[in-house]
Design a protein around this ligand. Sequence first.
Ligand SMILES: [Mg+2]
Length: 248
Amino acid sequence: MGPQPFVFGVDLDGVCADYTAGFRDIVAAQLGVAPETLPLDRSWDFREWNFRPGDFERFHRIAVLQQRMFRTLPVVPGAPEALWRLSDAGIWIRIITHRLYVNWGHEIAISDTAAWLDTHRLPYRDICFLGAKPEVEADMYVDDAAHNVLGLRELGNNVIVFDQPYNRELAGPRAADWTQVEEIVLDAAARKGAVLHSPLPGLDPMVDRLDTRTRRAVEPDPGSTPSGASGIDSSMTGSGGPNLLDPG
Ligand SMILES: [Mg+2]
């Protein structure tokens, strides 16, 4: 039996996707106010945006179903590059998202999430769409939401807090950016005895390599026309076949 991979569970909103910035633009347009009037430094319950009971649910629904926010959220700087480096080192990337916590719009939430991951070329080996359950058998997690961090820790899991204004009361480990996430994960994987592969610096610039890999993933036939990009690394599965997630 070979060594078990080190599985890293990665939350999306507030960690890989800038939920606050994307949601703010949509809420501001709905309210007819300038986005700057809604502070990015906000509490978990958006009290700084003067939300009344029910407002969050209403605006979130508009944002997801009408404005297709899960397709358009800004990516958190450094997230794709750090995840590619971790994946290259042998870390198993498991995307975890709690976007199904409401009982509507699952088709849009799932398809827009997959499209977003492709657009921003986030590598992953599997993906979990969760409701309330926080745990998906990873060796380490990164999350921004206090209830997820505390729930996971209660079950004995290692969780990195991705720093946000609404989670400052939580104990560490804490990462202010993706460089720090990468360091903590590599350190934990090494401690666990996971076999890590060293990258070959200088030979293959990251951005070019992302392009090369994603082109390879969407161009199974030499003569075919690219129809999009995919963050799925075809070399992960050893399959040179077409990427089934690509609609084209
Ligand atoms: Mg989150």
